[in-house]
Design a protein around this ligand. Sequence first.
Ligand code: ATP
Length: 917
Amino acid sequence: MKKQQNVETFSTLKLANEYETDLKNGLTEKEAKRRLELFGENKLKEKKKKPWFLVFLSQLNDPMIYVLFAAIAVTIGVSTYETVNWLKSGNAFNFLEVGDWPDVIIILAVIIINAIIGTVQELKAQSSLDALKKMSSPESTVIRDGKRQKVKSSELVLGDIVVLEEGDTIGADLRLIESANLKVNESSLTGESMQVEKSSDIIFSEPVGVADRVNMVYMSTPVTYGRGMGIVSGCGMETEIGKIASALDNEQEELTPLQKVLAKLSKALGIITLIIVLLVLIVDLVWVFVDGKGTNIEAYIEAILSSISLAVAAIPEGLPAVVTIVLAIGVQKMVKANTIVRKLPSVETLGAVSVVCSDKTGTLTQNKMTVVEAYCNGQVVVSSDFKAQKSNEFRFLAKGMSLCSNATVDDGLYGDPTEIALVNFANELSLRKKDLETMSPRIDELPFDSDRKMMTTVHNDNGKNIGYTKGALDSILKHTTKILENGKVRSITDDDIKKIYSTNSYFSDKALRVLALAYRITDKPIEDDLIFVGLVAMIDPERPEAKGAVEKFKRAGIATVMITGDHKDTAFAIAKNLGICEIKEQCRTGAEVDAMSEDELKECCKSVRVFARVSPENKVQIVKAFKANGNICAMTGDGVNDAPSLKAADIGIAMGITGTDVAKGAADMVLTDDNFASIEKAVEEGRGIFANIKKTIIFLISSNIAEVLAMFFIICLGLPAPLIAIHLLWVNLITDSLPAIALGMDPKAPDVLDEKPRDPKKGIFADGGVKLTAGFGVVITVAVLISYFAAGWLNGVFSLGDIKALYENNASILHQAQTMAFTTLAFCELFHMIGMSNVKKSFIHIFSNKNWMMALAFVVGIGLQFLVIEVPAVRAVFSTANLTGNEWIITAICSVLPLIIHEIVAIGYSICSKKSK
Ligand code: ATP
């Protein structure tokens, strides 16, 4: 068996024979498995992944790395020159004594380690993206072994019978064997943006072009209306979409707004740093002359080398990578909180959300419908009396509701919960859907849509054709002229309508969802001149977690808005129970929205919290109005018609369980459990991630400021540099990676939802960020300078001139001073990291944080620094000195300076917050 050509000309029977499948029961599971193994997965070829060594090489393609290579080149040149001279004078070669060979090795090591870290990060990020892609891959409903079941679309095989419903993305090329008002959007194939009607009834006598094959549907195109069934006639690269896209990879790498800002920031910082570095170089060179070393080539080389390494140390080149890691960690955390993030930027935007517009059914409620009351013959019947009802009208109501439903309950529950509830309701009266359909087969239908809020099916009932229409009461009554009562059909009166509406209010006030049924004798699904039969009212319990989530949002300054297709009274009753609104004046209907001007709607969105009976267009208008009021708006949706509003919102959230593929495709995020409380968790996570990124950036930049300032200050004074090339590179390696990542992994603060949403226009440095960055930059500079001068003070030298002379003439004391400055800088970063974990709280809180990465970064940082000072072989490489007890004490005191200042800042914050309360 293989893919057949021109299947549009096959009869259904021939089709089933060629594909060796059973039209009723589909393939057997065993056969499907065999075919999957034989033909492979139903997938389009993806773009080839970059091999790891290319990823590694791409890490070297960075201006900062060029600077390092330049540093290596200069150092190699100088060292070779010195080594040749040394050898010429007859001395034996000594690696540590002659030239700066250790520098070459260290810089090379820095480049390689950075590139390895970058490669690992990139490959890890790629694999977690792949995993996410798999989790959100489309599914198809198939019939195998006679049972309906969902399978991954990639597991579809030739001959599979696929069931299509509105909102599905078609998983393979199918030849239709059944269709009911089926419409699909084939724009990705044909460029035609209008939806096209499809029908299984047509069989072509000769082959026709792709766009004309109305009895076929194609992979990757969405079903926009109706339903159908088809046999898989083409898979993977043999599908029509496969033919036109021999290599397709839709996943584009998107930079988040923050990453874009950071790229700009890095550039600006780079320029500023380069200017400072040039200044340092000029000043350094001036001092070479002032000190009369104009003929000493090594003095020039030293000046150039320290400027180059200062440039490398001062630019926070690790910043973009750290932000990506923090975002990636956040995305993983969100998966655990039942949220799949489809677009990375939404993680940041989540933290700024100020309005969450949510569906009612299924998101705020459980979508577990049960009919609990009904109304017909002018009487309300409660569920305990259902079975005892003998009236023909009541049974007709149940029969009509069950027939006019697409759900099946006999071989498992399939379909919309509202429709399942209706079938169950009829079951209670022993009216089984299967039997009803055998007696009154469906001959035509008009599917439900949320604009009409109705659905009609036509059945042949003992030779008579009857159309049953069920839907929202207001929609049905608009098309009703008669009423069925006590066996008679008569014109509907105003009194009848009044009574029906008051019963509807009675149900709605109890938060029940009401559906009406009407019928008419007709051959076609016509929704006019209907005969009213009755109402059913179903309970849909609220989700237990929803109330708490609404309450948390309220504290976080986030408004919850219910946008529903349901009746205003039902919506209000549920919204009130959940704490979304208090008074009925906070509710509006779609019709009222339609009558408003844009400005009126904007004004109304300031206080209204429930929008009922809305159309999909209303949803878009409402989202736009909230956005126009300056809100960052999240919006949930599940249907095909919700796609525009999901796109219009700042964050579109699709439902993972009930959501259609189209809605998922349009959304930024997918909730795997359809639960409103998961949105709250995601927002909380989003705020935590943003806070962590902010901390990381302030930490990195203040550290870099300190490095530049300390060097600049000392060099301006004409003293030997406080930190040599290797020191700066080393500190850069420690400060730029582990502690920054540790800060990014901090658990979110417990009170993260107690503050108002962040103003998205304000960047990272808003709300005191600039002061913190510059302030701690200066504090660390001061600490480093004190340590540097302290070596002189401990030798009894206090005036600047004397210290200068001492350091220039006594290499071992200079090494002591540089070692102290170097160690202080390294340790300061570690204490600064602890402080940055929460600038508003005393550092004590980190013990309850349980951030093992922070503990690791601290211990490893301290350990490595000891290694550099205490192990003689390493000491020789780093030109460090053994510190005395007194020197260690001063270094230790200077190192904790950032933490002391941090504690003072924390006290200040706590006083301010008490005052503001
Ligand atoms: P939400 O928008 O919060 O999901 P909803 O399910 O009530 O709420 P829609 O699906 O747009 O929103 O339905 C609007 C109205 O149409 C419902 O209140 C109900 O009266 C009616 N309705 C819903 N489902 C069906 C159906 N399968 N057949 C007929 N009418 C329906």
